[in-house]
Design a protein around this ligand. Structure first.
Ligand SMILES: [Zn+2]
Length: 857
């Protein structure tokens, strides 16, 4: 099978042949020579290639590591694809008109040939280190973060000094002299993952959204071909700088660089896997090439201060700043998960204004927003503004909990590590699947549900896990990972492998995820459907719920591992609270019902006001007669904690209209103090309640319910808050009648009543924390605030954002949630200006509007 891969010489011959066939499109040059005197070839592709160097460019590098053959093969296949298709594919034509591709299929030709002919798993180049060892890891030989070492036999030996190698010198020289390069993609294997560049200071970077979106949009094209999504691994603390890598060198030159790790093995079965990897990467590469111009000096400027101005349970108001320019419009994208595509699939608005309102959102839900400025004439786009993120408010009757497992209640148990299983809890990672060393390995998580009332009605639930890496998932398309609720009666000790293995499932949750879709570096969510929510609801009475995560249980011949690693957020590989497994539950509670008796029944006509009578219709002069009702709301609980979920007025008619006339009667919610005919005639209506009933219906049945709509319920709560009575009139709608009255019951069991369904829930957030301070304490920024003296205060939520003031707790990096009155920005830098916002919250939770402090170094 290995014969299907091109040799280096075959690759070079192919490129030279192309320049003869397509001299206008492609040129080939030698950018340097290897230790063994091989030419390092670079292909330049553009329309017309003579002007290539004045256009924005993407740099492709492959096979920096000798055994990672995909780079060379993909590079050659990509060129072949372009040359075969550009004439009849307008998209490629446009892309090549505006952008240039520089492509080095193999930066390590000596190592590549050594790997092909002698030692498959060779990684380095072929320098003679002079001590009997060979090779320098070229991806440790660049200058940024270069680390000197004498371990010449190491696979990651970085060479005697930065750029000591002819291969790295060659690419450095080329990059340094081609400032038109805006994007650099370095192709490696394996892992099916993007590793965008990083400044490793755990602060948001201006280019962070650009890098993630570039990868997410490439993913969109990959997924169209094979259904696979690559991981996008960026920004997970604590990460060490990869010393001396090419990616960080390109980043230091102002280029957007990404390492793409393709496939699940370095040298896979060509027909089955390599061709699939190539097919899925070509459209992604074409897309990336089309983005080169959007990062050139001539592209529109990035939008500034893109932020969330205000939001509610179903709307979000975005605003931003941009210099006046009639040639510019803006595209706004919305996603539900981090690191998703920003393209037509997520475009929600195009506007020339500096603000946008997104409507009809779902309550208690996370939304991420992105924006680019577009030049109308050139269609060139700007880089992205840093993304804005929010969770919409809860609806009036909703509560929410995000629950993390206790350290000792989350871990994994493996078949062959029985003694050690206990030490797999609350530490580092969750390793799930099967390997020759561990045998079958299950993840297990127990969540405490005691904070949710037993009778809660679960409206929404999801479990989130962060796949950390899939390096041990070595087989393409093999196995599925699934999550199940475990029957608690069948397990006493979650740290015991045999018990976990034997435990009975109550229900599998959401979809199981096939290996090729289990991507690292992007949160995985399992959403509960209605039936699964019911099952979760049944666990409420037990005060906890246990989930088991399982993968494949056996390995094919010749394979040693299919293990997926999920982050735990604990231990030395964890990033603290950022990447902990979590269950999000949105719920409501059953309503209580209160039936409020009529306190006043009055009939008001032009010439008299009659107490203790409820009638409406027309007098002999064709003037309307009104029935007036009022209800005392004081039997409802404290208005700050009463949410009316449903309300209706029940009235019974005790008389009917004799003749067939089309008269209808409706109920109006009113507010006036004087009870005179004129006041009623000139009344201000708050709202109609329900729909009118016709005189015909009055004949058919006697009991009529008038239901409150959303607005009327709020008005009713307002009356309660102001200690006012709720007042209504019943009136005929017709103007064409004379002298008849409908009587409505005002005494006895059929008497008119106001029925209110309500729940007890805190309605308003607490005040903001006061006396916010941010100062450097022992090399870390410490943020502190005063305690809020209110029993309803559950805690404080601290978020930081480098670019704009966070207006909701989710718009930035979460630093803390809990009841202390201080926190440290543990992973943050003291040398970066930023905003911190502290929110107080109660048990709903309602978040306060947030107190902001700006930290300046
Ligand atoms: Zn590599």
């Amino acid at each position: 099978m290995k014969q299907q891969y091109r040799s280096y010489q075959e690759s070079c011959d192919f490129l030279i042949e192309c320049t003869k066939k397509y001299p206008d499109i492609i040129s080939v040059s030698t950018i340097g020579k290897s230790w063994e005197d091989r030419d390092i070839l670079l292909a330049t592709i553009s329309l017309n290639v003579a002007f290539a160097n004045i256009k924005p460019a993407l740099l492709f590098t492959g096979t920096v590591h000798a055994r990672e053959w995909i780079g060379n093969e993909l590079g050659i296949e990509f060129i072949d694809y372009i040359l075969n298709n550009y004439k009849n594919n307008p998209e490629i034509l446009t892309t090549l008109t505006n952008n240039t591709l520089y492509l080095v299929p193999c930066l390590n030709p000596d190592g590549f040939e050594y790997s092909r002919q002698h030692f498959s798993f060779w990684r380095k180049n072929r320098r003679d280190n002079g001590d009997g060892t060979f090779g320098v890891d070229l991806n440790r030989n660049f200058s940024i973060g270069y680390r000197k070492s004498t371990q010449t036999n190491s696979n990651v030996y970085g060479g005697p000094e930065p750029f000591s190698e002819p291969e790295t010198q060659a690419i450095k020289k080329f990059v340094d002299s081609h400032t038109n390069i805006t994007i650099a993609l370095d192709y490696h294997s394996q892992g099916n993952v993007f590793f965008p560049a990083h400044k490793f200071n755990h602060e948001m970077e201006l280019e962070g959204t650009d890098l993630n979106s570039l990868c997410a949009n490439m993913n969109y094209h990959i997924q169209k071909v094979t259904g696979r999504r690559y991981g996008i691994n960026r920004g997970k603390p604590p990460t060490k700088l990869i010393s001396g890598s090419g990616r960080e060198y390109y980043y230091s030159k102002g280029i957007l660089p990404v390492v793409v790790e393709v496939g699940t093995r370095n040298i896979p079965d060509y027909m089955q896997n390599m061709s699939e990897s190539i097919n899925e990467n070509i459209p992604a590469l074409l897309y990336a090439l089309s983005e080169a111009k959007n990062y050139s000096k001539n592209a529109p400027k990035r939008v500034e201060n893109f932020h969330i101005k205000s939001f509610s349970s179903d709307e979000c108001h975005l605003a931003w700043e941009y210099e006046d320019n009639r040639d510019i419009y803006f595209e706004i994208y919305r996603n539900l998960n981090n690191k998703m595509a920003c393209n037509d699939s997520s475009l929600i608005g195009i506007t020339c204004n500096n603000n946008f309102i997104d409507k009809n959102l779902k309550s208690g839900t996370m939304y991420l927003y992105y924006i680019r400025a577009i030049d109308k004439l050139s269609h060139t786009k700007s880089p992205y503004a840093p993304k804005a993120k929010l969770k919409t408010l809860l609806e009036d009757n909703e509560f929410a909990r995000t629950i993390f497992p206790n350290k000792s209640k989350v871990g994994y148990v493996a078949e062959k590590t029985l003694e050690a299983n206990i030490s797999h809890f609350g530490r580092n990672s969750l390793k799930v699947g099967v390997s020759s060393g561990r045998g079958i390995s299950y993840g297990i998580m127990e969540f405490d549900l005691a904070g949710i009332p037993e009778n809660a009605i679960i409206l929404d639930a999801k479990i989130s896990l962060y796949p950390l890496n899939r390096v041990s998932a070595k087989i393409e398309k093999y196995g599925e990972w699934s999550l199940s609720i475990i029957n608690q009666k069948t397990i006493a000790d979650i740290q015991d492998y045999h018990q976990v293995h034997e435990a009975k499932h109550v229900k599998t949750v959401g979809k199981s995820v096939p290996s090729e879709q289990l991507t690292q570096g992007i949160w995985s969510h399992w959403d509960f459907n209605e039936f699964e929510r019911k099952k979760l609801q049944e666990e409420l009475s037990k005060g906890k719920v246990i989930f088991k995560l399982e993968g494949p249980k056996e390995l094919p011949i010749g394979r040693d591992s299919q293990i997926m690693v999920f982050d735990l957020g604990y231990g030395n590989q964890g990033g603290g609270l950022h990447y902990r497994p979590a269950i999000d539950i949105k719920y409501t509670i059953p309503s209580k019902q209160l039936s409020i008796e009529l306190s006043n029944a009055i009939t008001i006509s032009e010439d008299k006001v009659i107490a203790n009578k409820l009638a409406c219709g027309f007098d002999k002069n064709r003037n309307k007669v009104y029935a007036y009702m009022s209800f005392d709301l004081s039997s409802l609980p404290d208005n700050k904690e009463t949410v009316i979920t449903e309300a209706w007025i029940e009235i019974h008619n005790t008389s009917t209209v004799k003749k067939e006339v089309d008269i209808r009667y409706d109920v109006e919610f009113v507010d006036f103090d004087e009870l005179s005919y004129n006041d009623i005639k000139e009344r201000e209506r708050i709202e109609y309640i329900g729909y009118e009933v016709s005189s015909h219906e009055l004949g058919r049945k006697k009991c009529h319910n008038f239901a409150f709509d959303h607005y009327s319920k709020l008005a009713l709560e307002e009356m309660h808050e102001q200690d006012k009575e709720a007042k209504f009139i019943i009136r005929p709608t017709s103007v064409l009648s004379r002298e008849h009255l409908i009587n409505w019951a005002h005494e006895g069991e059929n008497s008119a009543k106001l029925v209110v369904n309500y729940i007890v829930k805190r309605k308003h957030p607490l005040p903001n924390p006061k006396n916010l301070k941010a100062h450097v304490d022992k090399g870390t920024v410490k943020i502190s605030w005063d305690k809020i003296q209110n029993d309803a205060c559950v805690g404080y939520y601290v978020v930081r954002n480098r670019w704009h003031q966070p207006r909701n707790p989710f718009d930035g990096v979460k630093l803390y949630a809990g009841s202390d009155t201080f926190t440290y920005d543990t992973f943050g830098s003291t040398k970066v200006d930023k905003f911190y916002t502290v929110f107080s919250y109660d048990d709903v939770p309602n978040y306060s509007s947030g107190a902001v402090i700006e930290y300046k170094r």
